[in-house]
Design a protein around this ligand. Structure first.
Ligand SMILES: Cc1cc2nc3c(=O)[nH]c(=O)nc-3n(C[C@H](O)[C@H](O)[C@H](O)COP(=O)(O)OP(=O)(O)OC[C@H]3O[C@@H](n4cnc5c(N)ncnc54)[C@H](O)[C@@H]3O)c2cc1C
Length: 287
């Protein structure tokens, strides 16, 4: 076995919230072969596994994860004219910048989203009216049984922040995206990043938007703001003053603080507007 397992690692090290307890075992995965090896090990030892991207959409429990946490660093990139094949651990933001710099359009929105390509596919990440699924052509997936499968775009049903991978057990290994040449790609990508920096609390520890927008023309952030909840705080967790759909770790927030604040926001918004806000972030509450 080539993989090096580590003990004594904490999920908070891999969470943009800076929250999360200890894991039983940890390994950094640098290649497709290592991911295969890790899932084989998990199968043999009958322990649950968790694939970590950049942890930018997860609320991990303070109790941690009693299993094998796999930090995805499968980071290769291969260019072929208007196509690009990338490892699932590649930075989605960097991919957005690099494609735009090459005059290729379709992933400009990715620049500034602190995700891996795998996490972006898993969540069908999106912004500025665009989604990850629009340019993906195929995805290489490893099932928990160890079978490698290629899914073509037409076999995959995506919707708003939802992908079929959320119902599968395994790991996204790599993906190919097909882009369109455009002289507008780079200027529009620069505008997107500039707008992000001005409107989102990038300097704070957060997991991005906490709630799904109830309707495309009804942003959850605007609803929360209208209900006067900016600045609402439970322990170290606080509704951002800059963007009401962000909860920030303003001090030593615990996962319970964030969960309680989420419930408070949901009940206040429901009382005042009759709308139930659904969480977008993944809550991984292993006991
Ligand atoms: C400042 C900030 C801004 C953000 N802006 C946006 C935005 O504009 N639009 C948007 O959609 N989101 C946004 N997000 C949220 C987040 O970046 C996205 O949801 C992103 O897709 C998560 O990617 P990740 O690699 O961090 O995944 P993680 O948070 O690490 O994981 C998310 C889920 O995907 C699973 N997963 C990850 N990789 C794999 C893999 N290779 N195989 C199988 N399962 C996997 C994990 O197990 C987990 O269940 C923002 C977050 C922050 C902190």
């Amino acid at each position: 076995m080539n993989l090096k397992f580590q003990q004594g690692r904490w999920l908070k090290e891999f969470s943009t919230f800076g929250i999360g307890g200890p894991v039983r075992l940890f390994a950094e995965i640098g290649s497709i072969e290592e991911m295969e090896e890790a899932l084989r090990y998990a199968r043999k030892e009958k322990i649950p596994f968790l694939v970590l991207g950049k942890g930018s959409n997860c609320l991990f429990s303070d109790r941690g994860f009693d299993g094998l946490a796999l930090l995805n660093k499968i980071e290769f990139i291969r260019w072929k004219e208007w196509e690009v094949e990338v490892g699932s651990g590649y930075s989605f933001s960097l991919l957005g910048v690099q494609t735009a710099r090459k005059g290729l359009s379709g992933l400009e929105f990715a620049s500034g989203i602190p995700a891996t390509v795998g996490g972006a596919l898993f969540m069908n990440a999106g912004a500025n009216g665009k989604e990850t699924c629009e340019t993906v052509q195929s995805v290489l997936f490893l099932t928990e049984e160890g079978e490698k499968k290629i899914f073509l775009r037409q076999d995959l049903e995506f919707s708003y922040r939802t992908s079929p991978f959320q119902r599968m057990r395994g790991a996204i290994l790599s993906a190919t995206f097909t882009l369109t040449p455009s002289t507008e790609a780079r200027p529009s990508q620069l505008k997107i990043v500039d707008y992000r920096m001005k409107t989102q609390p990038y300097k704070d520890k957060s997991a991005g938007c906490v709630f799904r927008n109830p309707k495309p023309d009804l942003p959850a952030g605007a609803l929360i703001d209208r209900c006067g909840l900016k600045g609402l705080q439970v322990g170290g967790a606080k509704v951002s003053e800059m963007h009401a759909n962000f909860i920030v770790n303003a001090g030593k927030a615990t996962s319970e603080d964030v969960l309680e604040l989420i419930k408070k926001i949901q009940s206040r918004v429901a009382e005042q507007t009759g709308i139930h806000l659904e969480a977008e972030i993944r809550m991984l509450n292993d006991g």
